[in-house]
Design a binder for this molecule. Structure first.
Ligand SMILES: *[C@@H]1O[C@H](CO)[C@@H](O)[C@H](O)[C@H]1NC(C)=O
Ligand SMILES: *[C@@H]1O[C@H](CO)[C@@H](O)[C@H](O)[C@H]1NC(C)=O
Length: 332
């Protein structure tokens, strides 16, 4: 009997453990944006991202990687990073030269913009997805799949021509494959380990209410601002008691410069129905205690003032009146 109980206990413990181990995938990717201004001028921007945190920049002048956090080198040695820098530099020079050479032949018209994103996504199940996608003038253009370049669905013959051209270079394809399927997962894991303290930080939101531009006569736009929180997932809802208000509108979650997030959540209501509404915020940093702010608390401040001032004025009036009466009675 005991062994069975032990097994059950172990299963239970292991079960809860594996439930805790279910994690968001680790995503690392680089973004490159190149503006081809004219026949002789191109400008590059580069960045590296671990999930939604920017970890790297690219210094165009020196052709070097900018490490934005103390842990941005992950577990790679300076030598390995210098090799990568050199590779990126050669790539950017090559891309610029080849694009300028083939621009007229492929009917690329200046100015044009190329955006590239490449990276890897590591799942806890040991599945790794690697990707490289490029856009031309803001639309999907081509991607790298199974060791070859393929035009994106819906792209025009330009994309096919560029893929035909690129597919002739075996060495480039092998390098790209190695970068996204080997180098990227190794770097991402090391980076994730090194940055754990920052990545797992919890920053509490601040929340406040205001009213937006009136949506119409007799109506109010209640605005709940939630600001300065980390990580990004957050639940915010306008409530009437325990009742969620389904007309609640949520903005995009916007970044602050310090890496925390901001969100505004609005509700369009009849002015007389606003009292008693509250904004409820649920976030991992709040440890299960929701933040609740009631609409009309600034209103009740006026009520408190009124409740203090009205009796005060009355008191003064009565005092003056009594004084007057007394002074009449004093007259013999
Ligand atoms: C290309 O654009 C740059 C930056 O705007 C400018 O300085 C340069 O004169 C241009 N060159 C030509 C050939 O138009
Ligand atoms: C960095 O860490 C990852 C994951 O632990 C590992 O696979 C990789 O080999 C390490 N790289 C170096 C250069 O130590």
């Amino acid at each position: 009997m005991v062994p069975l109980q032990l097994t059950l206990l172990a299963a239970l413990l292991l079960g809860t453990h594996s439930a805790q181990a279910v994690q968001e995938p680790i995503l690392f990717h680089v973004i490159q944006i190149t503006s081809f201004v004219n026949e002789s001028w191109a400008q590059h921007q580069g960045s590296g991202w671990l999930g939604d945190i920017q970890t790297h920049g690219w210094d165009n002048k020196s052709g070097t990687i900018v490490f934005l956090h103390p842990w941005s080198k992950g577990n790679f040695s300076n030598e390995e990073l210098t090799d990568l820098e050199l590779l990126f530099r050669v790539y950017l020079i090559g891309l610029t030269r080849e694009s300028q050479e083939y621009a007229s032949q492929l009917h690329f018209k200046y100015p044009f913009e190329v955006q590239v994103t490449a990276g890897c996504e590591l799942h806890s199940s040991d599945v790794t997805k690697a990707f490289l996608q490029a856009a031309y003038q803001g639309s999907d253009f081509l991607s790298f799949q199974n060791l070859s370049w393929v035009p994106s669905p819906g792209s025009d013959s330009k994309a096919q021509s560029v893929c035909d051209l690129l597919n002739q270079y075996e060495a480039i394809k092998e390098t790209v494959q190695r970068l996204i399927t080997n180098t990227c997962p190794q770097f991402a894991l090391g980076l994730f380990d090194a940055g754990k303290v920052d990545l797992q930080k919890q920053v509490r939101p601040e929340a406040w209410l205001s009213s937006g531009p009136s949506p119409g006569p007799g109506r109010l736009l209640l605005v709940c601002h939630v600001s300065g929180f980390y990580p990004k997932p957050v639940w915010v809802m306008w409530m009437q008691g325990e009742q969620e208000q389904p007309d609640t509108q949520r903005s995009d979650v916007l970044p602050h410069a310090d890496g925390t997030w901001y969100l505004r959540v609005t509700l369009d209501v009849a002015a007389r129905e606003a009292a008693g509404l509250s904004c409820r915020v649920r976030h991992s940093s709040l440890g299960g205690h929701d933040m609740v702010i009631y609409w009309g608390h600034h209103l009740s401040m006026y009520l408190i003032l009124l409740a203090v001032i009205v009796p005060l004025i009355l008191l003064i009036v009565i005092a003056l009146w009594l004084k007057k009466r007394c002074s009449y009675e004093d007259i013999p």
